[in-house]
Design a protein around this ligand. Sequence first.
Ligand SMILES: [Zn+2]
Length: 244
Amino acid sequence: MDLQTIRYKLNNITDERGLSSERKYLSMSQIGDCPRGLYDQLVASIDGTARRSIGKEHQFALDKEIKAAVRERLRVVELLRAWETFEIVASFNGALDDRVRGHLDGEFEDGALLHVKPTRVETLDAIRNNPRYNIPRRHFEQVQMYLRHGEYDCARIVYIARENGDLWLSEIHADERTQDRLDEKAQNVLIAVERREPPVCICRRHSTEIPRPPRRAERILVDAAPAPKIDPRAWQKLKHVRHR
Ligand SMILES: [Zn+2]
C-alpha cells in the first residue's frame, strides 16, 4: 500500500463526513462574521458553487472529535444531563425559521448549556491570563444565539487548546440586547439572500462588486460636455516641469 493511496482515502473519508461547506442554512456558529461573508457563503451553498477545501474539512472533523471527547469525559464524571449534540432551529417573532440553525453540545446537570470550543492556545491564554478580558466577540455572539433559540439563561464554554490540550472555562449569561441585534442581523442576511442583494462588507476582506455609479456618472458627464481634454502624458510632463 503506497502513501499516496492512504492519503487519498483519508482525504476522501474526511471530505465525505465533513461537508462543512454544504450547509444550506445560516449557522448560528457564524453569526459574528461579516454580513457579506455570511451572504456569500450561503448563496454559494444554495447554488452549489461553494469551494471545498480539504484542509478546512480536516479541521472541521478534528474539532468535532475534540468536542466529542470533552463531552464524553464530562458525562463520565456525571456533570451532564444531555451529551448528544442536537440541532436547534431559530424562531423569529414566534415562527420557526429553519434557514437559521445551531448545533448544541449538551446540557449540564443544573440546566446550563454546554459549549465546547476547540481553539488556538493564544486565544485560551488571553482569556485565562487576563481576568478583565472578555471572551472573543464571535464566541460571545455565537453562544448568545444558542441561549436565545435554545431557551437557556446561562452557558458554560469549555475552551480547549488544540496545540497542547489546555482547558479553561467561561460562563456567560443571556444578554437580550445582543440577542435582538443578532436576530436582526440574521434576518437581514436572509432577506439579502432572497433578493440576491449582497450586503456591504464591513471587514474589508470580501470582494465588493458593487458598481460605483457616482464616479462613472461623473465621467460620462465630462465626456458628454466637450470639456478640454488633457493628454495624461502631457499632464505628467507638466507636473514634472513644475516639480523641477
Ligand atoms: Zn467582509
